[in-house]
Write a protein that binds this ligand. Structure first.
Ligand SMILES: [Zn+2]
Ligand SMILES: [Zn+2]
Length: 393
């Protein structure tokens, strides 16, 4: 089976690259993936697979093997691009000015189309069902994954296990990374408006200084991270925007603050958000002002089910060789695949796409992001192998 998958991946690698280039040239923003959805649906139908639309611009489909109801493994690709002007001078440069596949979701989609081709060819040779999940809007709240789940992507059939992959520009092409347990963070957005009473900078006694109140709030809130958090769970609180539009001699009426809170435990996340709100409001009140707190909840933390992840890592070693499978560090970025991981035993792993010799080193979400396209044959082949390995248990 492994050799058959490798042969099919190799034989169709040119087609995987062509699909990726088409998607890369025609990127669409989150929740607007209409042409992408159409393109993916057409390719699936050519293979012989009938997809169903979901979440407006998403698709689900199944490939039934022998005994289709025995076990279901879902495979996910995200399809949206970012509002970035592409700076790469390549033949497949974005034709949609100001929109770019700078997070590799074109690669994930093309890989999953590759998996579809490979596993449809081999459908009489594995047990169970492979469920294909093409989702919109990974990059934008509330996250396409949450919409997919709300609209039943995990029903009829319900997957027993779920896999997702993401490009990794820091990992050399040819290598794959895994991490079991907590891997990526929840991310909630914080918006504060601290209100006081402005006036002349020389007469602070006549007003209520919101700049000073905000300073106290920002310093005090860090102590939630250092004093209330269980040190075993990483957590971050960052304020990246503070606007106090006064002057050297003007105390403003209010200060506007934006920040992000990240965590790797849902209980702590809820606790911390409560503390942040209470402390910010309390400090402002104690100093005579008001702090209005608005929290936009984002994606949950991403957990890789340990036993599944261990098995997938073992299967990857079998497919790629021990030297090409590495362990990943915890990373406090967020990813909406996390939603699935709270419903189904899941494994989210990294596909190396870096090639230093060819200058392919830019990070995701940058205008010069690109990949070594030999990652597509690996991405499609490995994901096919991981799915059938899990189904054959
Ligand atoms: Zn991204
Ligand atoms: Zn991404």
């Amino acid at each position: 089976m492994k050799e058959k998958i490798k042969q099919l991946a190799h034989a169709h690698a040119g087609e995987f690259v062509a699909n990726r280039r088409h998607l890369h040239q025609n990127p669409e923003l989150s929740y607007q993936e209409y042409n992408t959805q159409k393109y993916v649906a057409e390719r699936l139908k050519e293979i012989g697979i009938t997809p169903t639309s979901i979440a407006n611009t998403g698709l689900v489909a199944t490939i039934e093997g022998r005994n289709p109801s025995s076990k279901v493994v879902a495979l996910r690709a995200d399809m949206d691009a970012l509002p970035i002007v592409e700076a790469n001078d390549v033949s497949y440069k974005s034709r949609n000015q100001g929109v770019m596949h700078a997070c590799g979701h074109d690669v994930h989609t093309a890989s999953l189309l590759g998996v579809s081709k490979i596993l449809y060819n081999l459908r009489n040779e594995f047990e169970g069902t492979v469920k294909l999940v093409f989702q919109p809007a990974e990059e934008k709240a509330p996250g396409g994954a949450s919409v997919m789940i709300a609209e039943g992507a995990l029903l009829n059939p319900t997957p027993n296990k779920m896999l997702g992959q993401h490009v990794a520009p820091n990992i050399p092409v040819g290598k794959i990374g895994f991490r079991e347990g907590m891997y990526m963070a929840s991310a909630d957005e914080l918006y504060f408006t601290v209100k006081g009473k402005g006036g002349h900078g020389a007469m602070p006694e006549l007003g209520i200084d919101p700049v000073l109140i905000t300073s106290h709030i920002i310093v005090a809130l860090q102590q939630i991270i250092s004093r209330n958090r269980n040190p075993r769970y990483p957590s971050v609180l960052t304020f990246g925007k503070v606007i106090a539009n006064g002057a050297t001699n003007v105390i403003p009426n209010e200060v506007y603050v934006e920040g992000t809170f990240r965590a790797m435990d849902e209980e702590w996340r809820a606790d911390a958000l409560g503390r942040i709100k209470k402390m910010a409001e309390g400090i402002a009140e104690s100093m005579g002002g008001v702090c209005e707190v608005f929290i936009q909840k984002g994606y949950p933390f991403l957990k890789n089910e340990p036993e599944l992840t261990r098995r997938m890592k073992g299967a990857a070693i079998d497919f790629m060789g021990q030297e090409n499978v590495i362990d990943l560090d915890i990373w406090l970025a967020a990813e909406d695949f996390a939603y699935y991981t709270h419903h189904v035993d899941s494994c989210f792993y990294r596909l190396g796409t870096r090639n230093e010799a060819r200058g392919i080193i830019s990070g995701v979400h940058t205008p010069t992001f690109d990949i070594d396209e030999s990652a597509l044959e690996i991405g499609a082949g490995l994901m096919s192998w991981l799915a059938v390995s899990e189904l054959s248990l």
